[in-house]
Design a protein around this ligand. Sequence first.
Ligand code: SF4
Length: 439
Amino acid sequence: MKYHIWTEGCQMNVADSQRVASALEHLGYAATPQADEADVIVLNTCVVRQSAENKAYGRLNSIKPLKERKPGLVINLMGCLVGVRSHDALKKRFPYVDVFSPPSDPGPLLAFLSQGEVRELEESATAVRYGIMDEDLVLPAAEKGSLVSGYIPIVYGCSHACTFCIIPYKRGIERSRPPEDILSEARAMARQGLKEITLLGQIVDRYGKDQADYPSLAGLLIRMQEIEGLERIRFLTSHPNWMTDELLETVAALPKVMPHIEVPVQAGDDEVLTNMHRGYTVEQYARLVERIRARIPDVSIATDIIVGFPGETEDQFMGTYRLLEELKLDVAHLARYSTRPGTVATRRMVDNVSEAEKMRRFRLLEDLQEKLVTEINARYLGRKVSVLFEEKVKQRWKGRTPTNKLVFVESEDDLQGKVLPVQINWTGPWSMIGQIEQN
Ligand code: SF4
């Protein structure tokens, strides 16, 4: 019996798909890259933008003939398209889908496949959510021995309710996972050869704040540091309001925790930030960047920015442009505002920036960021950095620095999973080239 998983969207979905694959392999299924060979097809979907949602519909339509040819085929629709609320409308529209699973929850599929056995577990949401998929994560066969980095979700959902964001509607309220489950999953991953783990949450720096007896993210990192075999730990995405000094100092003090912070600003204008319901000002974000840089030596910082939010004027956009120019951050993930049904921005605001204007603003920031990051990366020229190698791509080994910069080197040796010193001798905006230092 074979399974096929199609994944769209963020790292959380990548991690969720990995857990579904692991659970299916526990039930005796083997992976296939061909949907038409599969007995079970899982579509793990994303709706953060309309284009992502359209891709999911396209995929659903394309597998319909497979179900017609092979009625025993099990089709599982999972992720943000399904969400945590009622999915009756989807059931009506796609009657050939057998199972609907909310994000991060393989329970309904496992219950469907193994009938009575797992159905009992399904009655306990905790057992399904945390038990089946987390406790004893075994990497899917295709990834065993080949995966260097993995993801572990530590906080599900989000209770912040930024006005543009659909996540709280789709992934439910914030729920931190028990630290023991996270640690046992991390140990299992390290035992299976993974060198790097990235802890995930929509607001990862709020880890533990919804549970009285859980540690903070800093406390969790201290315990992760002890895991044998694990070389690198990362976490994303942080919210500016929860980046405490305790967390920053812990990142600086723990050698396995990498000096890389992902903390979205979203806009460089106070009125837009208020309309987005972000909960901080431009000035406060700029001070946070100072604080991060003062406490973590040689840190790299990534941000997210949305252009063309409802009502964003040219002046307000230029505020974002100037902020980016002033802060000189290592990465800016840029997005054009996309209206999402059900969000406050869609219900109460007018999407009045034209698509052409959104694109113009996007391109301006893209060009600026390319110039800035070219300068930032040029500082690496001639420096020695430690690189964790992931895979060979077209004759060159690809790896990452502690600051998450992409590095390529030529080597005939097998470098997978090794951390080696590399002398950087070329830098560009998106990657660097170097040579392994011989000791
Ligand atoms: S913090 Fe805001 S943008 Fe991030 S997931 Fe929560 S609601 Fe969405």
